[in-house]
Design a protein around this ligand. Structure first.
Ligand code: ZN
Length: 133
């Protein structure tokens, strides 16, 4: 099972890096999540190992890997109007924004992470777009 998971992670990460110039991921606190009731899901998905593979393969192939801040409200933020929902328990898989947009939780989060990752990239002069933290 371990070998099958590692093989899958290698194949998927290689394909993602080969097919895209820039890849945006959410910088999840894997160690923190592993201490919660989500531990089994986090370890099963191998998220930490997978993002590490994406990082070194992106460096090897000259691609850009952007890690979006873990506190960015990717799931709660409406990708259509920018409203941030007050709470969003994990069991909520789809939701309707007051603006009328109906969101699948994961698709909405992916749209928001892509937008945030693009905003985080370096500008033409090589400087960061956002001020340093
Ligand atoms: Zn909205």
């Amino acid at each position: 099972v371990t070998d099958a998971r590692r093989d899958f992670a290698h194949k998927l990460s290689t394909r993602i890096i080969r097919d895209n110039q820039a890849v945006m991921v959410e910088d999840l606190s894997v160690k923190g999540l592993a201490r919660t009731k989500l531990a089994k899901s986090v370890h099963d998905a191998g998220w930490g190992r997978f993002t590490a593979m994406l990082a070194y393969k992106a460096a090897r192939h000259g691609r850009t890997l952007v890690k979006v801040d873990r506190w960015f409200p990717s799931s709660k933020l409406c990708s259509a109007c920018g409203t941030v929902a007050e709470s969003m328990p994990l069991k909520v898989r789809s939701w309707t924004c007051p603006c009328g947009a109906v969101h699948d939780r994961d698709v909405n989060a992916a749209i928001n992470i892509l937008a945030a990752g693009r905003a985080d990239r370096l500008n033409a002069c090589g400087g960061t777009v956002r001020p340093a933290a």
